[in-house]
Design a protein around this ligand. Structure first.
Ligand code: NAD
Length: 495
């Protein structure tokens, strides 16, 4: 065991009675009902967290509403930017403790928690902070003719939508929440976040730090519990927008509940079955390194990760040989061990789902490497590569959200495009080729929200991200988020 030693503050935090963060303070749940949270590396209970009931939901939304009309409304755009920048600084100052907490809770490698959950979260916060002083409407000159010599002018205002419900999954419980918190706060909205019941702790600690950064009490609240709490939050009459990240089945339920509740605005960032295509001229070493890095990082539990890989038939043997060699070299073990590259799956239900897909892989195709759960405590499985038996294989169509890449050869570019688009999902895809002219001609024909060339799963705050088809609706990042978190009000003046 070469695990990093947990900081005393992390141990202290874990030993607290975890509940909700409402109105700038921790509040125990009204019902007293608590749910266990497990350590994925051992399968043992780590701590318990309260599960909200309708009274807690109402308290959190009321607190966000009061801050929306009160302290946050009175905070000038420049001050909002200063606060979000300070929030980023405080995240980094507390980075090691937050990273340890997240790794213990989610099974994410300590490197990944440091780099993404802390480092990139701070970067995203700073990107959004920069928008604080730049969210403006437009002026326009109406064209209708004047009847009695009068003139008209008009302008638009970008007004915050109100209280936002952010519902987040367990795979990047901090970073995905930060996308929603930052988008809400910088546009003048306030927010209630419901973390996943599997990974509730780090965000509770972050809510406390937000107060130190100057976020007013009530502007950012955390409500814990399972999907029923998410449903209750969506149905609350004072929620003006739902920003959801999670699976397609839940997303469909969330979208229809939001519409039925109050025609509530909703953005859905959902699952994918992301394709990578290795063209005939591919640089195999570069592509295999990229696929192994992005397909197996965080044990494949990344929404945009490649899961189906189409390889030009002439390069298939070379690719499979190099993938097998690379996977055999991955060190599997504790997420807190800095020399480990591959840790446990995040929770038992997901572990069982991945084991089920190993059986399907065995029946449908040929397992090239991996394909088994590892014995012992915790939710460990092997990084796995499968050669599909046919284009109809379930492993080429169903999201596993795990460390299983499924490969299929292709012969022509037209066949490749057909295979790429043969999916109900449309989150992301990548092309691996040095023929940029061919790649750019293919891009418009690929049904995906993002297409990467010679790279995969690279999210940058300046570049919009989101899915088409069943992978969702709406975009995070870029300027696109502003439309989702503001109402456009038109003002016309006769003079
Ligand atoms: P999930 O859909 O099971 O749960 C997501 C969140 O929704 C959790 O907080 C859960 O408690 C809550 N929830 C469950 N039922 C609900 C309901 N009826 N109403 C409201 N809330 C409800 O997803 P998960 O297993 O936590 O996460 C994995 C999924 O998330 C994968 O499909 C993955 O692709 C997707 N994901 C997508 C993105 C993206 O940006 N597109 C990013 C990360 C993860």
């Amino acid at each position: 065991m070469n695990d990093v030693i947990l900081l005393p503050e992390v141990r202290d935090f874990l030993s607290r009675g975890h509940a909700h963060f409402i109105g700038g303070e921790f509040r125990s749940g009204a019902s007293g009902h608590r749910i266990p949270v497990f350590d994925p590396a051992t399968g043992e209970v780590l701590a318990h967290v309260a599960s909200a009931d309708p009274r807690d939901i109402d308290a959190a939304v009321s607190s966000a509403k009061a801050a929306y009309h009160g302290a946050w409304a009175q905070t000038l755009p420049y001050q909002r930017g200063v606060i979000l920048n300070r929030f980023a600084d405080i995240l980094e100052q507390n980075g090691e403790g937050l990273a340890q907490l997240e790794s213990v809770c989610s099974g994410k490698s300590i490197h990944l928690s440091r780099a993404f959950e802390v480092g990139q979260s701070a970067m995203f916060l700073r990107y959004y902070a920069g928008w604080a002083t730049k969210i403006n409407g437009e002026t326009m000159t109406p064209s209708f003719p004047s009847i009695a010599g009068e003139r008209y002018t008009a302008f638009t205002r970008r007004e915050p939508v109100g209280v936002v419900a952010g519902i987040v999954p367990w795979n990047f419980s901090v970073m995905i929440a930060i996308w929603k918190i930052a988008s809400a706060l910088v546009t003048g909205c306030t927010v209630v976040i419901k973390p996943s019941e599997f990974t509730p702790f780090t965000l509770l600690r972050i809510a406390e730090l937000a107060i130190d950064a100057g976020v007013p009490a009530g502007a950012f609240n955390v409500l814990n519990g399972d999907g029923t709490v998410g449903q209750g939050l969506i149905a609350h009459p004072d929620i003006s927008k739902v920003s959801f990240t999670g699976s397609v089945p839940t997303g469909l339920a969330v979208g229809s509940s939001a519409m039925l509740a109050n025609l509530t605005r909703v953005t859905l960032e959902l699952g994918g079955k992301n394709a990578a295509a290795l063209l005939e001229d591919v640089d195999v070493d570069q592509a295999v390194a990229g696929l192994v890095q992005t397909g197996y990082v965080h044990q494949g539990q990344v929404c945009a990760a490649p899961e189906r890989v189409y390889v030009h038939r002439s390069r298939l043997d070379e690719v499979m040989g190099k993938v097998s060699a690379a996977l055999a070299g991955l060190k599997i073990g504790s997420p807190l061990d800095e020399s480990v590259q591959f840790g446990p799956l995040s929770n038992r239900a997901h572990f069982e789902k991945i084991c089920h897909y190993f059986e399907i892989a065995r029946k449908e195709g040929r397992i090239i490497c991996g394909g088994k759960a590892l014995g012992g405590p915790g939710y460990f499985v092997e990084p796995t590569a499968v050669l599909a038996g046919s284009p109809a294989d379930r492993l080429l169509h169903e999201e596993t959200f795990g460390p299983i890449l499924c490969f299929l050869p292709f012969d022509s570019d037209e066949e490749l495009l057909q295979l790429l688009n043969d999916s109900p999902y449309g989150l992301a895809a990548s092309l691996w080729t040095n023929d940029l002219s061919k790649a750019l001609r293919m891009v418009p024909r690929i049904e995906a929200g993002t297409v990467w060339i010679n790279m995969h799963t690279f999210l940058d705050p300046a570049v919009p991200f989101g899915g088409i088809k069943k992978s969702g609706t709406g975009r995070e990042f870029g300027t696109a988020f502003i439309d989702d978190y503001t109402e456009l009000k038109s003002v016309m003046i006769r003079y």
